[in-house]
Design a binder for this molecule. Sequence first.
Ligand SMILES: [Zn+2]
Length: 252
Amino acid sequence: MRPLDKGSCPTDETGDPISVHDYTLWRKRLIDRIGYYCAYCNMPLSHSLQMEHVVPKNPPAGYTSGNPLGWENMLFACGPCNNAKGNTPVDFNDYYFPENNNTLLPFQIRIHPNHEDAAIVQKAEDLELIQQSKAENTIALLGLANIDRRNNIVDIRWLKRRDALVAVESAFTLYQVAKAAGHAHLASLSMVQWAKGIGFFGLWFEKFRNEPEVMQALLNPDILPGTAQDCFDAADGYKLQYRNLHRGINPI
Ligand SMILES: [Zn+2]
């Protein structure tokens, strides 16, 4: 799950924060800031851009509702992620969210151990117990390990994720060949264009984690906007780092 920083509320020509009367009016500005991907599974979104209220606007009775119109509460989500999350109350202490945490750290995408045609999101290895529990909560909240084999299948994330996994493996092999031939820079730019088309960015950031030139290109906001830069240590080859290290609470 790509960590996101969509920036502060866009402003009008006088510098005042924009307010809207219809939350779908944020779509264009969200595309400009974070691209057209599901914020959770990172599947590229096609013809149907669903807005996602991070804190639900209609939670069950007794829970605080999120701002139905506020920029700070808006992301994109695909149908399956949006439907899985629904109106579940969100306590940020129980989950990992792409605007709060370095969401590349607690998750990994793998072929399902019993279903080799499916790739699912799992909790990463070597997590502390509390981190494991939050990673599992998040995977369950969003249905990121779901496999939908119904005839009227709706959720194709597991299929698209599998395609992406195979594509990233292939891209990595090609990158190594190009790099050995002295074309690392050109190849790194190609990698990012492929990543933009394929999405599922966790795969790219994991596979190319020891290739700083590709990492730098992946993080270039002019190519792929919205990746939270503070999740990477630019002084150490763009290695992943805790996002909340200096905020005192809720590491990762
Ligand atoms: Zn999704």
